[in-house]
Design a protein around this ligand. Structure first.
Ligand code: SF4
Ligand code: SF4
Length: 336
């Protein structure tokens, strides 16, 4: 579980290798508590806080003891194997106080989309179960005890967050208690007034993976007839933004070879975003295809990514890349 490597033994006084999630993070999954979501950071096991968790009482001291154990090992250069190649792992002088300011709520229990790339939709029996437990009581408990503090990020993902029956209450509670950094990954099929408020108050960020510029391609990817609904939702979120918060609504495009990989479709997506006042565009490549084809990604895919980058500059919009796409471009640039 922990692997020793000399290069992780810090030579600087008071420093050691860690990350904001080991220090002050917690993730609620449907069956476990984890240190981080570990989504794409590493190919190894996830750093766990507690397995078999389905909403039982949490002794916060025990959570901090687990974090302390990680610190002890990391200070000796023994790094959790899930963290070895993670870009968040840094050598620093960390604040070892006992508090949480990074939360991720990732239930994976329900969604209103059926994306062809989603592993959860391939196991509908496991995915479409009822919400396993409520996170809101834990959030309140942490906040009332002074354990949960603003300053980090409060992220929702894994399934469709806006379908959780506690979503509006959690976001409203966080806003009422002066939290910011609320990040939501949403299908965009359901509009959330609480999320709209978070965006309007420049304390929330939403990214919706539209993956298409037309209803036809949308339905191939999402397998639900909801293109117009999604477009309407993100337009309404974008209407909440002002000049300072104009990057807080993002439209994502996961390139899926053979399905949505044409300049024409991408151009329609870019134009629809621009017309809706969406100033952040996010590009990714379908993960399972990428893992199978890394190292031999065809040139036309690289050209598509570069096309979006070029058009984003022309449209003066914010261009974001997911980590694997950035790695891919780095590989291409190194070979030049
Ligand atoms: S995998 Fe990365 S983000 Fe997660 S705990 Fe390890 S270093 Fe932190
Ligand atoms: S929106 Fe997310 S959780 Fe829902 S099917 Fe698509 S990838 Fe899966």
């Amino acid at each position: 579980m922990f692997i020793f490597d000399e290069k992780f033994v810090s030579k600087k006084e008071g420093h050691y290798y860690s990350c904001p999630w080991i220090e002050h993070g917690l993730v609620f999954f449907e069956y476990k508590l984890a240190m981080c979501c570990n989504c794409g950071h590493s190919n190894s096991a996830q750093p766990l806080v507690r397995n078999n968790f389905t909403g039982q009482k949490i002794e916060w001291e025990r959570i901090f003891k687990v974090k302390e154990m990680y610190r002890r090992f990391h200070k000796k250069g023994k790094i959790h194997k899930g963290c070895i190649s993670c870009p968040y792992l840094q050598e620093a002088k960390w604040d070892e106080s006992k508090y949480i300011d990074n939360l991720y709520i990732s239930h994976w229990t329900q969604c209103n989309s059926k994306c062809i790339y989603c592993y959860a939709t391939q196991k509908p029996d496991e995915f479409e179960v009822h919400q396993m437990y409520h996170v809101f009581p834990f959030i309140k408990d942490m906040f009332e005890k002074g354990i949960l503090r603003p300053g980090g990020q409060i992220a929702f993902g894994g399934g469709e967050p806006t379908l959780l029956d506690e979503f509006e209450d959690i976001v409203t509670y966080l806003l009422d208690n002066f939290f910011w950094g609320i990040r939501v990954h949403s299908s965009g099929i359901k509009y959330s007034p609480a999320l709209a408020r978070a965006i309007e108050e420049i304390r929330g960020y939403v990214v919706v993976s539209v993956d298409s510029g037309s209803p036809e391609v949308f339905e191939k990817v999402k397998r639900v007839p909801a293109y117009d609904k999604v477009r309407e939702t993100i337009r309404k979120y974008a209407l909440k933004t002002n000049f300072i918060g104009r990057y807080l609504v993002g439209a994502k495009y996961i390139i899926i070879p053979g399905i949505n990989d044409t300049i024409e479709e991408i151009e329609k997506w870019l134009k629809a975003n621009y017309d809706a006042g969406i100033y952040t565009t996010v590009i990714d490549i379908e993960e399972s295809w990428y893992l199978t084809n890394r190292g031999k990604v065809p040139k036309y895919i690289i050209d598509l990514i570069k096309y979006v980058e070029k058009r984003s500059k022309q449209l003066n919009t914010n261009f974001e890349l997911y980590e694997r796409v950035q790695n891919l471009l780095n590989d291409v640039n190194m070979k030049k």
